[in-house]
Design a protein around this ligand. Structure first.
Ligand code: 5GP
Ligand code: MN
Length: 349
């Protein structure tokens, strides 16, 4: 199914009313859309139904969107409380997956989700969702974000009946945050429905400037200094218009970079006219984490799937690079990027 139908909304309403314990999950290393959709879903359920509603996530990252959890309920994080997180999923009467194409993107939560016999609902905007596991699948790529799709869906619920002001300000703020981050503050993936959703939220009183300040103007100085260093001295551009940055563990430590503080750096090289794709690589635990962004007409997803064990959206994807499987040593990442992008664009033309 694409968007939620009125009939399906009625069914969800009766399901939400019956379930004792609902667990809401999203992808590992949650970003604004993940955190925003989880908090909005929880607030909607808390505001309208009895029972227990819990957000369970694989891990927390140091991102500006964590302010949402202050009024959305602190999640149970698997990396901090594995037993509690596992038990919550095992006991759940309903599992709602948000902003993931399937359980595989939820990190350590995956095996508990797959083992659960509870009904499972998906709200997501990624390519190629895993269909078999979900009892209700709301999946649409013609939206900016999961938050936009969730807003569209919540408006169809009987108690909301199209009236934005019946959603709490906390729920709407969380939704607006996810839309703001997934569109890079309305720089990409903006559909007519995106602006209609935002217009409704603004009219209902959401403080967009406060969100923008939280998300874009509360970085630590270290991140901005690292960004300057990377753009000035580390970024390279191939003859095919692929900009790439490989951030070593050593540089990361030198700038005291914390988990989550590298968010968005991959977008910057796209500001150069001749660059059609940007690849950002950094060391993670035992592998290299890859972020890919592209301009219209070039597929970030295609290259992520083919060469980086990943996927995502057409113009924004991610993946991983393993050694010695993909490259002999981690130091070979730059050569690998040059080789595979050269091959990819040769085949494309
Ligand atoms: P980011 O570069 O911000 O980490 O991720 C960009 C997009 O790619 C996100 O929509 C995310 O869901 C997707 N993505 C990131 N890492 C992976 C991965 O390892 N596998 C897949 N299939 N998608 C990923
Ligand atoms: Mn998203």
């Amino acid at each position: 199914m694409e968007r939620l139908s009125a009939n399906e909304a009625t069914k969800l309403d009766s399901l939400f009313g019956k379930v004792g314990k609902t667990v809401i999950v999203s992808h590992t290393r949650p970003d604004g859309d993940a955190a925003g959709s989880c908090v909005a879903m929880k607030r909607f359920l808390d505001d309208n139904y009895g029972g227990e509603h819990l957000i369970v996530l694989d891990n927390a990252v140091n991102v500006a969107v964590n302010f949402l959890f202050e009024y959305g309920g602190v999640p149970v994080y698997f990396d901090k409380e594995p037993a509690a997180a596992g038990k919550a999923l095992s006991d759940a009467g309903l599992i709602i997956c948000l902003d993931v194409s399937g359980p595989a993107r939820t990190g350590c939560l995956e095996k508990f989700i797959r083992a659960s016999s509870a009904p499972k609902i998906l709200f997501d905007h990624h390519l190629s969702p895993e269909t078999e596991i979900f009892t209700t699948l709301i999946s649409c790529t013609e939206v900016s974000s999961t938050c936009e799709l969730l807003y569209d869906s919540l408006l169809k619920m009987p108690q909301i009946a199209g009236s934005t002001s019946r959603l709490s300000l906390e729920c709407l703020t969380a939704l607006m945050t996810g839309i703001t981050t997934d569109t890079n503050n309305f720089g990409n993936s903006v559909f007519p429905g995106t602006l209609e959703a935002v217009a409704g939220m603004l009219a209902a009183g959401v403080d967009r400037e406060a969100i923008v300040n939280h998300v874009f103007n509360e970085y630590r100085e270290n991140r901005i200094r690292l960004m300057g260093h990377l753009l000035a001295s580390v970024m390279k551009i191939t003859e095919n218009g692929v900009a790439y940055i490989v951030l070593s563990g050593e540089t990361s430590r030198k700038y005291d970079i914390m988990e989550g503080e590298l968010e968005g750096i991959v977008n910057m090289p796209l500001a150069i006219k001749s660059v059609r794709m940007s690849i950002f690589v950094r060391e993670d635990e035992g592998f290299l984490r890859v972020s890919i962004r592209s301009k219209r007409g070039t597929s970030a997803n295609g290259i992520a799937v083919k060469y980086f064990n990943g996927g995502g959206h057409e113009l924004a994807s991610g993946g991983k690079l393993f050694w010695p499987k993909d490259i002999a040593r981690k130091e070979d990442a730059e050569d690998y990027i040059r080789k595979v992008t050269g091959e990819y664009f040769r085949n494309e033309s």
